[in-house]
Design a protein. Structure first.
Length: 303
C-alpha cells in the first residue's frame, strides 16, 4: 500500500482560522464585500450590486474567484479502480482530457460530496466544495486497504478562477496566447494565458456555460489581471457568492452544503441523471441507491 500522511485539510479545526484568497488586494480594489462560507473560508459576497452582477453574467461573461474549492490528486496503479468504487459515476471508461460529475457516498448511499473528477495521464484530480472535503477524504482513506493509491491535497498550490456565461469562451479566447478550441462538457485542455500555463475545464457548474481555470498560485494575479483587461465587449464582470448562488438556483443546480448534504440521497436532489451510472460496477452505497431507483422515486425531493 502506498499512502501519504494525512494532509492539512484533514487536520483543520473548522472556524479556528479563516482562509482568504491570494487575490484579497485585487478584490478590495474593486470595493468587494466579504462573507464566510463553510467551514472556514472568506469569499467575496458581492462588489456592490449582486443583481447587476447576476444580469451581467447571464447576458455576457463573469469572473469569480473560487480559491476555496478543494483539489485532491489521486495517483497510483490502482487509482482509477479504487476511486471508481467510491463514487456514483463511471470512471473506468474515462479518457484522459475528460471528467465526470459524481457523488461520493457512504455505505447508506448518503452524499458526502459532489466532486468533479478529471483524468490526467498519470493521475486523477478531484475538485469539490470545502464543506465536503473532510468527510469525503476521510471515507476514502478508510477504504484504502491494500491499494496502490496516494491521496495528495494540492489545494494550497492550485487555484480556481471560473469564467461563466454565454460569452465565457469568447472571454478566454480573447486573452489566450494559444488557440482555444471548443470543449465538450467536462472536457479540459491546457491553455497559455499571459505566459502562464492554465488548465481550462468546461464544468458548466452553474447550469449554463462555465469554464474552470485551474492554475498554479504564482500564475493567479497575472491571469486575473489579463482577464479583466480583455476587450470590453467580452470582458468578464467580477461577481461574488450572492450572484453565484442566484445563478445556480435559477438554473435549478444544487450546491453542496446549501441544497445537498450528507443527509441526502442522490435521487432526493434531482441529480441522478448527471451524477449516477447504473451500468458501472460496484461502489460504496450502490445497493441503497439502486433499490430506490428500482422503486421509482425517493420518499422526499428537493423543491
Amino acid at each position: 500500500m502506498a499512502m501519504e500522511p494525512p494532509t492539512p485539510f484533514l487536520l483543520r479545526n473548522p472556524g479556528a482560522c479563516m482562509a482568504v484568497t491570494s487575490l484579497i488586494d485585487q478584490h478590495r480594489a474593486l470595493d468587494a464585500k466579504f462573507t464566510q462560507i463553510a467551514p472556514e473560508h472568506v469569499v467575496v459576497n458581492h462588489y456592490g450590486d449582486p443583481l447587476a452582477e447576476h444580469r451581467a453574467v447571464a447576458r455576457g461573461a463573469g469572473l469569480i474567484d473560487r480559491y476555496y474549492r478543494s483539489k485532491l490528486r489521486v495517483a497510483g496503479g490502482d487509482a482509477v479502480r479504487f476511486l471508481n468504487g467510491q463514487v456514483t459515476n463511471d470512471l473506468a471508461h474515462l479518457e484522459v482530457g475528460h471528467g465526470v460529475y459524481a457523488l461520493a457516498t457512504d455505505a447508506k448511499g448518503h452524499c458526502l460530496g459532489d466532486p468533479y473528477i478529471y483524468r490526467f495521464p498519470d493521475s486523477l484530480m478531484v475538485d469539490l466544495e470545502p464543506s465536503a472535503t473532510n468527510p469525503t477524504v476521510a471515507s476514502w482513506r478508510h477504504h484504502i486497504i491494500a491499494d496502490d493509491v496516494t491521496l495528495t491535497d494540492i489545494t494550497g498550490d492550485m487555484h480556481t478562477l471560473s469564467v461563466v456565461g454565454p460569452r465565457a469562451l469568447e472571454a478566454i479566447r480573447a486573452v489566450a496566447d494559444t488557440e482555444v478550441g471548443e470543449l465538450a462538457p467536462l472536457a479540459f485542455a491546457g491553455v497559455g494565458i499571459g505566459g502562464q500555463q492554465v488548465v481550462v475545464a468546461r464544468s458548466d457548474f452553474t447550469g449554463g456555460p462555465a469554464y474552470d481555470l485551474f492554475l498554479w498560485t504564482q500564475a493567479l494575479i497575472p491571469v486575473w489581471n489579463r482577464l479583466l483587461a480583455a476587450p470590453e465587449k467580452v470582458r468578464p464582470t467580477p461577481f461574488g457568492d450572492i450572484a453565484l448562488s442566484s445563478l445556480m438556483a435559477e438554473a435549478g443546480v444544487v450546491r453542496y452544503g446549501r441544497d445537498l448534504t450528507d443527509k441526502n440521497l442522490p435521487q432526493e436532489a434531482g441529480i441522478e441523471e448527471r451524477a449516477v451510472s447504473y451500468t458501472k460496477g460496484c461502489y460504496l452505497g450502490q445497493e441503497v441507491i439502486c433499490r430506490i431507483h428500482s422503486q421509482g422515486h425517493p420518499t422526499r425531493t428537493l423543491v
